[in-house]
Design a protein around this ligand. Structure first.
Ligand SMILES: C[S@@+](CC[C@H](N)C(=O)[O-])C[C@H]1O[C@@H](n2cnc3c(N)ncnc32)[C@H](O)[C@@H]1O
Length: 208
């Protein structure tokens, strides 16, 4: 394990016990919307991987539509919380987005909610998410675009870092930068919109 990976695990393990409360307080509206958006892309027969699943909020919602959902996260404590909420679907596993322990083409749909901006090498993670998709499979991501935020939103975010600590990897991407990450990974972009304004958040739907 690299030092950087160890720092990621320490930060997110520490954050796990306060994570749901943090989201409820700060991003309730966005997450309500995100759950609906992700759900639209799940079909009953889909095998789905939710990367950087955290406490499993998105994966648990998707499990109402498909019987084959896997949630993956680098933090064992996040995974413990997520698993305690599941009756078997989703199944939750500890793993690194940069080195997915799944075969090429294993999933029809890969989702990632607010993961891209905290990965140490998002291009590598994108390549992995693409690899595990079937030909024609979709990657759906929702990502904060703090590069597009106004000063007040940026200052509020810095206040949150003061309170919760700053993640070891955290990038302030713009919407176009997030879009181009998908394009550079060799994916065809089907949809790219700002799905939330405060803070600016981008939904990208892309196909392998
Ligand atoms: C902002 S949280 C988002 C969690 C969840 N997707 C959500 O939207 O509620 C970022 C998550 O990414 C996970 N994470 C960070 N680096 C990771 C990596 N290299 N591989 C897998 N998960 C990672 C963290 O443990 C954390 O749970």
């Amino acid at each position: 394990m690299t030092d950087e990976m160890a720092r990621e695990k320490v930060y997110w393990n520490k954050m796990s016990s306060q994570y749901d409360q943090f989201v409820e307080t700060e991003y309730q509206g966005l997450y309500k919307r995100a759950r609906k958006l992700f759900s639209q892309y799940v079909k009953r027969n889909h095998k789905v991987l939710d990367v950087a699943t955290g406490t499993g909020k998105i994966a648990l919602t998707l499990s109402k539509k498909s019987k084959d959902i896997t949630g993956l996260d680098i933090s064992s404590k996040m995974i413990r919380i997520a698993s305690s909420r599941s009756k078997g679907n989703p199944r939750f596993v500890v793993g690194d987005a940069h080195e997915l322990d799944f075969k090429r083409g294993a999933f029809d749909l890969v989702t990632c909610c607010n993961g891209l901006h905290v990965f140490r090498d998002p291009a590598q993670a994108m390549a992995e998410m693409r690899r595990v998709l079937t030909a024609g499979g979709k990657l759906v991501t929702v990502t904060f675009a703090f590069g597009d935020a106004v000063l007040g939103q940026k200052m509020h975010n810095w206040g949150l870092f003061m309170k919760y600590g700053m993640p070891p990897n955290w990038e302030s991407y713009t919407g176009p930068e997030i879009r181009s990450m998908h394009y550079k990974a060799g994916l065809k972009i089907l949809k790219a919109i700002y799905c939330w304004n405060d803070p600016p958040t981008v939904l990208i739907v892309a196909r392998k």
